[in-house]
Design a protein around this ligand. Structure first.
Ligand code: ADP
Length: 198
């Protein structure tokens, strides 16, 4: 049976960093963030629905202003839920298509930040979670995305805390140390039995 590894964590906990390490093993990595961006590419049904709801404050259907959209949804949970309800089914369909195309692969990685929040567990045969502290998430997010602490905090609060997700994962990859420790943790990560914390 094909292994479908759901790779999740919290925002800026290190999922993409782990995804790149797994890709270097030759494992295909499917990226939910990319699919969500594609869903909002020019003139798609989703970008037209966004335009209809928010109007010119978020640009045009041909040129969506993601920063402006981010400001709206991370300050208003009703709008964020509306946007998630619009995008998640498109992302799920895309995963199904991409999995079909790769059904011959022995291992596929599904990198999904909101795996639990969106209820996408059933796409995966096992779940790996990349963990660090909330303070590290904030610091890494502020540095990577040029956000203020307040903006970073709003993004953090829009997700389940890692402490809640950790218990639901088959494997926890610890990323609260230096990057070389992360590389070592990923290298040790497989093959092992589920339920191991590194
Ligand atoms: P995610 O994909 O979960 O949002 P990333 O892998 O993009 O997270 O990591 C978030 C940011 O933190 C990136 O800029 C990355 O280079 C940095 N980073 C990741 N792991 C570490 C680490 N162990 N030490 C320092 N910086 C890190």
């Amino acid at each position: 049976m094909q292994r479908r590894i759901g790779l999740t964590g919290g925002i800026a906990s290190g999922k993409s960093s782990v995804g790149r390490l797994l890709e270097a093993r030759g494992w295909p990595v499917l990226d939910a963030d990319q699919y969500a961006r594609d869903a909002l590419s020019p003139n798609t049904p989703a970008s037209e629905a966004v335009m209809e709801r928010f109007g010119s404050a978020v640009g045009t259907a041909a040129h969506l202003n993601r920063k402006a959209l981010g400001r709206i949804v991370f300050n208003d949970s009703v709008e964020r839920r509306w946007l998630e309800a619009l995008i998640h089914p498109v992302v799920r369909d895309r995963f199904q298509q991409e999995l079909e195309r790769r059904s011959h692969e022995p291992v596929v990685v599904l990198m999904i930040p909101l795996l639990f929040e969106a209820g996408l567990e059933s796409l995966c045969s096992e779940i790996w979670l990349v963990n660090c502290t909330p303070e590290q998430q904030l610091a890494r997010m502020m540095q990577r995305d040029g956000l203020t602490e307040e903006e970073a905090q709003a993004r953090l609060l829009a997700q389940w805390p890692l402490a809640r997700k950790r218990n639901l994962a088959d494997q926890v990859i610890e990323n609260s140390g230096a990057l070389d420790a992360l590389v070592a943790a990923v290298n040790r990560c497989d093959p092992v039995s589920p339920g191991t914390t590194w």
